[in-house]
Structure formats: structure tokens, C-alpha cells
Design a protein around this ligand. Structure first.
Ligand code: AMP
Ligand code: ZN
Length: 494
């Protein structure tokens, strides 16, 4: 069966068909790097990661591009507030995004940065103006004239008839029913970053960034454009207006939107105190693999209600899968084959495939693997798994993990890196006991190091060398370098 996906443009589930045989060109709107990404952002990025992984597993060559929005209203405002250049401001959060994505086993797309495509954006706007789709205002800003693009609203299914021609909005994000000419280019304001270009000085609006970079990387028409559901309007509607009015061609064939995540049944927000980044969760002692598993456990078009109970259950699920694989790799099996096991493994692979082909039904794919694990574990206990059954069962587990990517037992080093980040950024108070226990001795706090050094010195003074050596070895194993200087004992972290 071919892959079937919901297309926001047609508002129905459609058979996915690529423009070029066996090749998919897709674009996802990436993060605006003005802060750390939260689990809602990663819900969407993980959903798109699952999609691109499944396309690859299905035999497609995938060209997957994501932008980094490193210039927008919020970034300009914050960098001006902090008195630092835009690049310096965004670099930190861009790196943090890449680290978090890697922590969640998101395969890295080809990345493009908005600030590296400014001349192309200016030229795009100049061409829009030439065709009558854009106009310049007295201050040197440029706006898109939506009255010239009658298809405006076709993605979000909004009817903008009767809207006022020439009414403008100059912020990047605005109210849902606001059909106004939107800013393509913003004239410089005192103290704000700007670029000198062929259309004058200023900076691009958010929407033009994605139109320009996606078309530059993937062509005037490409297969699929993705993002969270909040981007349908105005962002994607505006991208379509800009791109299609310039080329006269369809911009993207498929529009893929992930539904917003809730936390404990509520909209995630800082003011409600239910706002979490993946780093926050790791500091609380949760594993990256549990987070990823939970984010994939509800199909992308369904509301995912993130709860701490759910996160614990996700951890249990990942453990069960890892234990099963361990059992398979370490077990001793009698020679021969149990045809029922090979059949079970084959059917599981088929069930996972059909589940994912059904608009990426990740929940059903997970149910299929768990059913296999349950049956195979029972067979294992009854001594009914034979040597030749191991390989097909492995194949099923591996196929699952090509998509879900939770089986590699690499949580501890990732958690350790986050713990060290917390220490180096003054967030020591957020490091939970659970996290410390999980990462083991590597997680010694400053106070604990001091205490061990004091104990070591005391033992040495009492000539209890075995005890002092053991303490020293413990510190070394925890990456603590202890030096005896003439001013006494000093220590540092490796
Ligand atoms: P931003 O950095 O705000 O531009 O967002 C990056 C991506 O995260 C976009 O695709 C958003 O649609 C998506 N996003 C933001 N909040 C949530 C949420 N609560 N649930 C799911 N996706 C979200
Ligand atoms: Zn975008």
C-alpha cells in the first residue's frame, strides 16, 4: 500500500505522490532561535523526523531542508535589549537547538539560515514589486498586496472577501482573521539590526524567509512543506501567496501540520508554570528516550496531552523493548526454527508498515511491536524460541527503531551533558536527585567533591591509604582532577 497522508491543502487524507520518482523534497519551518526550544516545538520536529525516516525506510531518497529563523521581531527586540549583535544572540540558541535535536535522536536536516540569504530575499521582493504584488511605503518598508492574490486563504480555508485593500500589518505573527497586507521587508529602526540591499536598508519579514530559502534549496515546486498547526495562518498562507504569485506555480504539493501539544490538559505557557524544555525534563531525571517515545506515541494529527504519568509509562515501554532486545542477543537458543515466531516477526513488520502508511499511525505501529514482544517473551519463557527465529525478531525490532529511535542505550551520556550544562549556567539548583542517581558518580556536585576530598585528606592523615586511594579513584572516575599544590589540594573538572 502506498503512504497516505493528510494534506491540509485538500483537507483530506491523500495518497502521497512525489514529483520525481523515488525522491522527496521537503521543507520544515525550523525554530526561531531566540530561546531554548520547548517540548511543543520538539513534538513537531519529532513528528517531521518520523515522517522523513519513514519515507527513507520506504525507499525514497529524501532531501529534507529546515530553516533556522535567526532574524525576526523577537530576536531583533531581544538582541537590541541586550546590546549584542544579532548573530551573537542567536548563536547560543541555535547550538542549543541542535544539541536538543540530537539528544532526541532527530536526524539533522540540511539547515539554512535566514541571515545568509538576505540578498536573495531582497531580490525576491523586487521581483514581486515589479509584478505588482508588492509595494513600498514611505519609510522604505515593503508589503504584499493580498488583493492581487485571490487564492489567499486557500490553505487556512478562510474567506477574506470584503477585506479592506491596503490595510497593513507589520508584525510577523497576528490574529487569525486578520487579512491584511503583510510586511515583506521592514525599514530599519534606530538601534535595530539591518542590512543594506538592492531594495534599500532593512530586514526581511519572517514569511519571506521561508519562501526564498525553500525555493532556493528545493525548486519552485516541491513535495511537502511541514510545521506545527499554528503556522497554517498566517505563516504558510503568506508563504504560498508570495511564492505562487511570483512563479505562477504550485508552491508545495503536500502540507503537513502537527497538532499542538498540551501539558496535563492545558495549553503550555510560562504563566501557567507548565512550560517545559527537554532540558528541564532531563534535569528532573527523565531520559531523552522517554521524551522521544512519548512524543511519538500519539499520531501527529491527534492532540498529544503531555503528562508526567505518560512520561513514566514511556520509560517503561522503552525499557521493555530494550530488555527484549537484550534477551534476544544474550539468550542461548536450541537449533532449529519455530515457524510461528518467524511468521510473527514478518507480520509485525507488515503491521508496522501499514500503520505508518495510514497517515503515520505511530500508536498502532507501537502496539504492533509490543504485541510481538509479549508473544515472543512468552515463547521465550516456554523455551519455544529457536536459533533461526532470532534474526527475524531482530529485524522487526530494528525496523521499528529505524523510525522510533529509542533503543540505543545512550541516555546517560546525554543526561550527563545536560547536567554539566546546568552546572556551567548556574542552574545547579535544578539538578534533581533522580538525575544525579541516574548518571552515577559522574554527577558529583561541588559540595560532594569537597566532602570527598576532605575525607580523603583525613584518611591520609590517619595513614589509611587504602581508604584515601579509593576516594581518589572515585573522584577520578567522576572526572575530577585532584592536584596537590603547595597551597594544599586543588581540584577541577576534566
Ligand atoms: P517557533 O520556534 O516558535 O517558530 O516554532 C517551531 C515549531 O514548533 C513550529 O513548527 C511550531 O508550529 C511548533 N510548535 C510551537 N508550539 C508548539 C506546540 N505547543 N505543540 C506543537 N508544536 C508547536
Ligand atoms: Zn516557515
Amino acid at each position: 500500500m502506498p503512504l497516505r497522508l493528510f494534506n491540509t491543502m485538500s483537507a483530506r487524507v491523500e495518497e502521497f505522490d512525489s514529483l520525481q520518482p523515488n525522491e522527496v523534497r521537503m521543507y520544515a519551518c525550523g525554530p526561531t532561535v531566540y530561546d531554548y526550544g520547548h517540548i511543543g516545538n520538539f513534538r513537531t520536529f519529532v513528528a517531521v523526523d518520523v515522517l522523513q525516516r519513514f519515507l527513507r525506510q520506504s525507499g525514497y531518497k529524501v532531501r529534507y531542508v529546515m530553516n533556522i529563523t535567526d532574524v525576526d521581531d523577537k530576536i531583533i527586540r531581544n538582541s537590541a535589549r541586550d546590546g549584542v549583535p544579532v548573530r551573537q544572540y542567536t548563536e547560543k540558541y541555535e547550538n542549543a537547538f541542535l544539541e536538543d535535536a540530537a539528544t532526541l535522536n532527530i536526524q539533522q536536516p540540511a539547515l539554512v539560515r535566514a541571515t545568509e540569504h538576505i540578498p536573495a530575499m531582497a531580490s525576491f521582493i523586487a521581483r514581486l514589486e515589479h509584478k505588482g504584488f508588492a509595494y513600498r511605503t514611505d519609510d522604505g518598508s515593503y508589503y504584499f498586496r493580498i488583493a492581487k492574490f485571490p487564492a489567499y486563504g486557500k490553505l487556512s480555508k478562510k474567506d477574506f472577501a470584503g477585506m479592506e485593500d491596503g490595510a497593513r500589518v507589520d508584525v510577523d505573527e497576528y490574529e487569525k482573521d486578520n487579512a491584511r497586507d503583510f510586511a515583506l521587508w521592514k525599514a530599519p529602526k534606530p538601534g535595530e539590526a539591518s542590512w543594506d540591499t538592492a531594495i534599500g536598508p532593512g530586514r526581511p519579514g519572517w514569511h519571506i524567509e521561508c519562501s526564498v530559502m525553500s525555493m532556493e534549496e528545493l525548486g519552485e515546486t516541491f513535495d511537502l512543506h511541514a510545521g506545527g498547526e499554528d503556522l497554517i495562518f498566517p505563516h504558510h498562507e503568506n508563504e504560498i501567496a508570495q511564492s505562487e504569485s511570483l512563479t505562477g506555480k504550485t508552491f508545495a504539493n503536500f502540507w503537513f501540520h502537527a497538532r499542538f501539544l498540551l501539558v496535563e490538559g492545558e495549553k503550555m505557557s510560562k504563566s501557567l508554570g507548565n512550560f517545559y524544555t527537554p532540558r528541564d525534563l532531563v534535569l528532573m531525571g527523565h531520559k531523552p528516550s522517554s521524551i522521544r517515545y512519548l512524543l511519538t506515541s500519539v499520531p501527529y494529527r491527534h492532540q498529544l496531552n503531555f503528562t508526567f504519568d505518560g512520561l513514566k509509562q514511556a520509560a517503561t515501554s522503552v525499557d521493555r523493548l530494550r530488555n527484549f532486545r537484550l534477551r534476544l542477543s544474550q539468550g542461548q537458543f536450541p537449533a532449529g526454527a519455530n515457524e510461528a515466531m518467524a511468521k510473527l516477526a514478518r507480520e509485525t513488520v507488515e503491521r508496522m508498515k501499514s500503520a505508518l502508511e495510514d497517515d503515520l499511525n505511530t500508536a498502532q505501529a507501537q502496539a504492533a511491536i509490543f504485541e510481538m514482544v509479549r508473544t515472543a517473551n512468552a515463547a521465550f519463557d516456554a523455551g519455544e524460541i529457536k536459533k533461526d527465529d532470532v534474526s527475524p525478531l531482530f529485524v522487526a525490532i530494528e525496523k521499528f527503531d529505524e523510525i522510533f529511535a529509542v533503543l540505543a542505550d545512550d541516555d546517560v551520556p546525554k543526561m550527563k551533558a545536560i547536567l554539566e550544562w546546568a552546572r556551567s549556567t548556574g542552574r545547579e539548583k535544578d539538578i534533581s536527585k533522580e538525575l544525579q542517581d541516574l548518571v552515577g558518580s559522574g554527577a558529583l556536585s561541588d559540595a560532594e567533591v569537597e566532602k570527598k576530598i576532605a575525607d580523603m585528606n583525613a584518611a591520609r592523615a590517619e595513614r589509611k591509604f587504602k581508604e584515601s586511594d579509593a576516594l581518589r579513584a572515585e573522584l577520578t572516575a567522576a572526572g575530577i582532577i585532584v592536584e596537590n599544590t603547595k597551597d594544599g589540594v586543588r581540584w577541577r573538572r576534566k
